[in-house]
Design a protein around this ligand. Structure first.
Ligand code: SAH
Ligand code: SF4
Length: 475
């Protein structure tokens, strides 16, 4: 890991209240024009301000020298030029991976990862940015550092878009430009669908960011009503579905949302998306040693996806300390991929990027939280080992789906106000044994808010396997 290349973030701070000024990148052009008119500015100002946001590398109102200082001051009183309060960038893989940790105005932390792929044969150079849609996540997949944080809050359109503007500035400094965008950072995009769609529209608008729609991928852990709502829009974005298991008992454990929308319903909704948009769906499959990587798993996956024309990405699990699990060994991943391929399923094995900077979803943000007690980590591992054994025996989870999803029931009600959602218990193996660190608690919890507490058994990945954890060939 190299030294941070941007201003270093201060130590984590208690969640503050949010800056009430909207981020300029989330303001629609007509609203911006109306605002400038109301400020007594001539009509051409709106184009000038738009150019400063979309066609320049300015990082703050101070940098927008095409506007006079008095106007910049008045604009800064109303709008934030950058909705991200501070950003720390770490570089890995000899400069090919840049991980940015962004601090929001209320002190929450989210991550984005920029990956550079050199030109290779007929393939052109690519610069892919992975962005976050929420701070934390309510879904609570046990192998995921973001799931471990619990849900903190949705990002708004400007907070999503400005992760991309930030990366564009860094790329431009090296004479590069962004080619691909993936919503695969922190959070479940389809549980913040309005802001995610709003941001994708801004980013693919030729008058604004101007990225090609086919270069945008939205990943979901399987929010069926959200997939249906996206399908109705018939976008040209790629849909990626995080499957991780083809059998319900195991998927109940790995993706707790499966208890609400089982694997067949998810695959059927994804097939509907492919049929309506003509876009091939890709499935993400995190490879966990001895848990979901056996020949039987490959066969079940091949049967599930037979004839769908979809593609599977096998991703070695990034070690996170709150699980007892390890990544599958490379030969095991290869055998799994070969078996899928032999059954006619397109498959790619994805190399982990930026491991030295904790590139797994949410790892960097999680590392800023307090070191959990060793005893809590052990208890957590024991719970997961027991839950794995039940899943491998084919037993479906009796736990309810994560509480924040309780209100998500129809395609026109995907993103209800969080305060309206009833609190239902978090799965037992995800429940914290002790309260989460103070700096991660919200300053003023809303009454009745079902926000889930983070698990305290969290600390930077060590890759150790505790006694009794499933191992290769344990099935
Ligand atoms: N919530 C969405 C998008 C963000 S997660 C989703 O789940 O699809 C993006 C991807 O990172 C998902 O496929 C997720 O399963 C994967 N991921 C999370 N933690 C990981 C880990 N420890 N190792 C490898 N992949 C991980
Ligand atoms: Fe949320 Fe995706 Fe992480 Fe699951 S993998 S907890 S859905 S961010």
């Amino acid at each position: 890991m190299t030294e941070p290349t941007a201003q270093a973030l201060p130590e984590p701070v208690p969640a503050a209240s949010r800056d009430p000024r909207p981020g300029v990148s989330g303001v629609e052009p007509a609203a911006l024009a109306a605002m400038l008119e109301g400020m007594g500015e001539p009509a051409f100002r709106s184009r000038q301000v738009g150019d400063s946001v979309w066609r320049s590398e300015a990082a703050s109102w101070d940098d927008v020298t095409t506007l006079g200082r008095p106007l910049r001051v008045r604009l800064a009183e109303r709008l934030r030029f950058d909705a991200l309060a501070a950003t720390e960038v770490r570089v890995a893989d000899d400069g090919a991976t840049e991980k940015a940790l962004h601090k929001l105005s209320d002190g929450r932390l989210v991550e984005s990862v920029l990956m550079h792929y050199s030109a290779h044969g007929a393939r052109r150079e690519r610069n892919t940015l992975c962005i976050s849609s929420q701070a934390g996540c309510a879904v609570g997949c046990p192998f995921c550092a973001t799931g471990e944080l619990g849900f903190e809050r949705d990002l708004d359109v400007a907070e999503i878009v400005d992760q991309v503007r930030h990366a564009r500035r860094r790329l431009a400094a090296g004479g590069r430009h962004l080619t691909n965008l993936v919503f695969m950072g922190m959070g479940e995009p389809l549980l913040n669908l309005d802001a995610v769609v709003g941001a994708a529209l801004v980013l693919t608008d030729a008058e604004r960011f101007g990225l090609g729609a086919r270069h945008v991928t939205i990943s979901t852990s399987g929010v069926v009503p959200g997939i249906e709502r996206l399908t109705a829009m018939r976008p040209q974005w790629t849909l990626a579905v995080s499957l991780h298991a083809a059998r319900d008992a195991l998927r109940d454990l790995l993706v707790p949302l499966n208890r609400r929308w089982p694997v067949r319903a998810v695959v059927a909704a994804a097939a509907g998306y492919a049929a309506a948009t003509g876009r091939r769906v890709s499935y993400e499959y995190v490879m966990i040693d001895g848990l979901n990587d056996t020949p039987a798993d490959a066969d079940a996956l091949a049967r599930l996806l037979a004839g769908s024309g979809s593609h599977v990405n096998c991703i070695p699990m990034n070690a996170v300390a709150h699980t007892p699990w390890q990544a599958s060994a490379p030969d095991r991943i290869e055998a799994f991929a070969n078996r899928l391929q032999a059954a006619g399923i397109g498959v790619t094995v994805r190399r982990s990027r930026g491991q030295e900077v904790g590139a797994a979803c949410g790892q960097l943000a999680a590392e800023r939280s307090a070191e959990p007690a060793a005893a809590a980590v052990t208890r957590r591992h024991e719970r997961l080992v027991a839950a794995s054994a039940r899943a491998l025996a084919g037993e479906r989870s009796g736990e309810p789906a994560p509480g924040d999803l309780a209100m998500v029931s129809s395609s026109d009600q995907v993103v209800p106000g969080r305060a309206e959602r009833p609190a239902t218990p978090r799965p037992a193996f995800l429940r914290p044994a002790t309260p989460r660190p103070a700096f991660l608690r919200p300053a003023t919890p809303r009454p009745g808010s079902p926000r889930m507490a983070g698990h305290p058994d969290r600390r930077p990945g060590t890759g150790r396997r505790p006694p009794g954890a499933p191992s290769r060939g344990s099935r």
